[in-house]
Structure formats: C-alpha cells, structure tokens
Design a protein around this ligand. Structure first.
Ligand code: SF4
Ligand code: SF4
Length: 124
C-alpha cells in the first residue's frame, strides 16, 4: 500500500470511481470479511503525491489512512496481514501471491514511516 480504509468509512463509493489503479472495491466485493470499502494494497500506486485521489473525494475524515509502503522491506507485514485476513493479496497466473517481494508498488517517500505505522489520516 499504500492507503487503507477504516471503520469511519460510510460506504459512499466515491473513492472507487476515483482510483486510477482500480484498487478499491466495495465491502460486498472485498476479498476479506469487512463492512467497509476495501483497498487492494497490491494494486495501490499511491497516486497524486501526498494528496491521493481517493482521499480527496472522501467525505469522512479519517476513513482513509496511510499504510506501509508496498515494497520488499515490508514484505513480512503484508504476509502477516494476509495470513490474519486483514488483506487478501491476489495471485498471478503462475500461482504466486503478489506480495511486495514479488510485485512492489510505487510509494510516496515524502510520507513518513511514522505516519504510516500509526495509520495517520491522509486528510489531516
Ligand atoms: S492512493 Fe490512489 S491508487 Fe491508491 S487507492 Fe487511493 S486512489 Fe487508488
Ligand atoms: S470515499 Fe471515503 S467514505 Fe466513501 S467509500 Fe471511500 S473511504 Fe468510504
């Protein structure tokens, strides 16, 4: 990731259409057990710098927060989240799960790791 959607989401759906990476799906379409809209971390490209399109369109402050970069350094974090059902990372045609070690994604270096680890709201 990327960004993550929290329980403050009101399921308005605005962010789904805004995402250029088609990384966001409704709760009904989410691959995990959730009541709110879901971001697929393996697809999020952290668009638009520190002002991503999903957060710009979101009416609920705190619904979209920063998550750790989707890079090999944080592979274990996403493997653990996948195993615990926080995320459900897709597989490619070879049957490999698209963890960061297999398919890293761009991230914004200007956003601190502290903000990411504490899941700070994108819109502050
Ligand atoms: S940051 Fe951009 S790419 Fe990532 S989920 Fe939000 S809109 Fe999609
Ligand atoms: S725009 Fe915000 S409130 Fe609406 S579905 Fe997305 S995260 Fe939830």
């Amino acid at each position: 990731m990327a960004v993550k959607i929290t329980s403050l989401c009101i399921n308005c759906g605005s962010c789904i259409d805004e995402c250029p990476a088609m990384a966001i799906v409704s709760a009904d379409d989410a691959p995990v057990d959730t009541d709110v809209t879901y971001v697929r971390p393996e697809k999020c490209i952290e668009c638009e710098g520190s002002d991503p399109r999903c957060a710009s369109s979101c009416p609920s402050e705190g619904a979209i927060v920063w998550d750790l970069p989707y890079i090999v350094e944080y592979n274990d974090y996403y493997v653990d989240g996948h195993n615990k059902g926080v995320y459900k990372i897709r597989e490619n045609k070879k049957g490999e799960t698209l963890f960061p070690a297999v398919s890293p994604k761009p991230f914004q270096e200007s956003v601190s790791i502290t903000k990411r680890k504490t899941h700070t709201s994108v819109i502050e």
